[in-house]
Ligand binder design. Structure first.
Ligand code: HEC
Length: 144
């Protein structure tokens, strides 16, 4: 008799526990807090190799590099619309993809845009700009 009672208790306990667990979902993992502005993460930690440059880069900084930091300024040869200056207008260039844009900046003669002469765009940007600045530029160009 005592055994039966015990068994019954175990069953009741199991049902109660199962029922309860239904009402107490496991605590949600709290999302990581957004980083305060101005705090920079060491870049090396952020990009697993597969992260597209545009995702790593900062378009606002890229705009600054495009207009002021790079020398000669990208704007001296490129419009951000459709029009041709010395080089092609860069509107919509994002559709050609991150890798293409990056290559066009560090190694301009790798692919020469048809209708434009090779050897005009300076080959010095790869030494002048850091990988982070290139990411920023790519992010900016993709936003055009
Ligand atoms: C002295 C003029 C000149 C400067 C300065 C210059 N470019 Fe260019 N760029 C060109 C020319 C000409 C082409 C087209 C021929 C070629 O593909 O090399 C070109 C091509 C490109 C392309 C490929 C466009 C496409 O439609 O496929 C990209 C992207 C680009 N440049 C980005 C930049 C960026 C970013 C800078 C500044 C860091 C820059 N360029 C500075 C002349 C220039």
């Amino acid at each position: 008799m005592a055994r039966r009672l015990l068994l019954l208790l175990v069953v009741v306990a199991a049902v109660v526990i199962a029922g309860c667990s239904h009402h107490t979902p496991p605590p949600l993992a709290s999302p990581p807090l957004a980083q305060p502005l101005g705090q920079t993460t060491p870049r090396a930690e952020t990009p697993p190799a597969a992260t597209p440059a545009a995702a790593r880069g900062d378009a606002a900084r890229g705009k600054d590099i495009f207009e002021k930091v790079a020398s000669p300024a990208c704007t001296s040869c490129h419009a951000t619309g459709d029009s041709r200056i010395v080089g092609p207008g860069l509107k919509g260039v994002g559709s050609k993809g991150d890798a293409y844009i990056r290559e066009s900046i560090v190694s301009p003669d790798a692919v020469v845009v048809s209708g434009f002469p090779p050897g005009v765009m300076p080959k010095t940007f790869k030494d002048q700009l850091s990988p982070e600045q290139l990411d920023d530029l790519v992010a900016y160009l993709k936003s055009l």
